[in-house]
Design a protein around this ligand. Structure first.
Ligand code: SF4
Length: 448
């Protein structure tokens, strides 16, 4: 039976690895209600648009995460993330095994789409019946001469975050280091955990390029299979908003000697800090000077654009309910556009993220560990004007008659980099000006 590798459950590169109580992603009863491991793995790898993604399990598993995030691609061929592929195993396969069906599905995907690689995701049922997907992937990879990657993250193994970690393992074992690049540039980075949701990455890449930093590969926003295969030749791994992939970066450091840094590209201060962190890691004085010049130029331009936004938002109070390092990175972006952040949710954040959230919010800021329960009370107590959260919290905003902006992966607008902060400010103003939040929960006229 498949067991979770112990080391992945207690990552040595995480700050809390010596603290048993907060060790990473141990399977806990009910953990999959926030997204199962398979879902996390598929979300992590799905943005590779030129690869086929076959879910080996009942058809319902595919629906758990397919197309839940807007992760655009500039790939000019057929975007296979728009095609849901599954072996859709039946009761018959559970009794007699689903391997033949998986084999046939790979053949069909090859002949229909001619992908650059194929990811095969195991799910609860196919892991439990013991289908040997490794053997099938090996055989088919030889037959077709392209990477066919088994992803062992069945739902029961743990949380969504743990699934991301397992997806990182699959990429490390089967893709990274399997191809040599034709050429390399002096300052090349890999973006790890950047999913390019709503095109966030495209906001800040031009700024990095201006400084002279090139992206060799991304895991996995707008990703290319050949690029990730050559990722071992980059000079630096940059973790963007996904601590769950720290294992991958730690192992790449051990295996290929690539150092890593962790940054956020939300908000003015954090975008500037992210650029500084990257150039300092390369340690080239000329590169650092170039970066400072570009930061000065971009911040001056941004300040002008933000002036009316800051004036309009001065004195407004915000409650933030999102996950991971967004607990502080979005708080910083909100402060950059002039709001006071009175509370943020840290239930899904690491110890380091919590400390940073405290630093940004100050001593009087509320760090919510159970936001579903605490949120309405915090809004009432602090007299907050706006709630920024995932779609599920919209109802709370309507009930409390305060404005709402979706900042989770279902968001529709890109808020990354300097330009994204202006778009963020405009969306916050639009929400505050939107009368629907006051009207929607008004008492029915006949009840007056
Ligand atoms: S992998 Fe398991 S937990 Fe996840 S959607 Fe499928 S059956 Fe549900």
């Amino acid at each position: 039976m498949l067991t979770a590798p112990k080391e992945l459950l207690n990552e040595s590169a995480c700050d809390h690895h010596t603290n048993k109580k907060t060790a990473c992603n141990r399977p806990t009863p009910g953990a999959t209600t926030g997204g199962c491991a398979f879902e996390g793995a598929q979300i992590s790898l799905f943005p590779y648009a030129e690869a086929a993604h076959i879910v080996h399990g009942p058809i319902t598993c595919l629906g758990a995460s397919w197309e839940t995030r807007a992760t655009p691609t500039s790939f000019s061929g057929r975007d296979l993330t728009q095609v849901g592929l599954t072996t859709a195993i039946s009761e018959n396969d559970v009794i007699f095994g689903g391997e033949k069906r998986l084999s046939a599905s790979i053949d069909e995907a090859m002949h229909t789409f001619n992908p650059k690689a194929i990811f095969i995701y195991s799910t609860c049922v196919t892991a439990l019946i013991g289908d040997d997907i490794d053997a099938i992937c090996r055989e088919k990879a030889q037959q077709y001469g392209l990477p066919i990657v088994p992803v062992h993250a069945p739902g029961f193994i743990g949380s969504k975050n743990f699934g991301s970690r397992l997806a990182g393992e699959a990429v490390l074992e089967h893709l990274i280091g399997t191809l040599e690049p034709e050429s390399t540039a002096p300052y090349e980075i890999n973006l790890i955990g950047e999913y390019n949701v709503t095109g966030d990455m495209w906001r800040y890449l031009p700024v990095l390029e201006k400084i002279g930093i090139k992206v060799r590969a991304t895991l996995s926003g707008d990703g290319r299979i050949d690029a990730i295969r050559t990722a071992h030749r980059a000079g630096l791994n940059v973790i963007v908003c996904a601590q769950s992939l720290v294992t991958l970066t730690r192992k790449m450091q051990e295996r290929y000697g690539i150092p890593w840094v962790s940054v956020s590209f939300y908000g003015q201060r954090d975008t500037s800090e992210a650029i500084r962190t990257i150039v300092r890691a390369f340690g080239d004085a000329a590169l650092i000077d170039r970066a400072e010049a570009v930061i000065t130029e971009e911040e001056a331009k941004l300040s002008k654009q933000l002036e009316p936004i800051r004036t309009r938002l001065a004195g407004k109070k915000a409650v933030l309910n999102t996950g991971g390092n967004k607990a502080w990175s979005f708080a910083s972006a909100l402060q950059d556009i002039g709001l006071k952040v009175v509370a943020t949710a840290v239930g899904k954040s690491t110890e380091a993220d919590r400390a940073k959230a405290r630093e940004y919010l100050g001593e009087e800021g509320v760090l919510m560990t159970k936001p579903a329960v605490e949120q309405p009370k915090v809004i009432a107590d602090t007299q907050a004007d706006i709630l920024l959260a995932g779609g599920r919290s919209l109802y709370t905003a309507l009930k409390k008659k305060i404005a709402f902006v979706d900042v989770n992966q279902e968001k529709k607008v890109s808020y990354g980099g300097y330009d994204g902060l202006v778009a963020f400010g405009e969306d916050v103003i639009a929400a505050l000006d939107n009368p629907v939040f006051k009207v929607a929960n008004r008492e029915a006229p006949w009840r007056h």
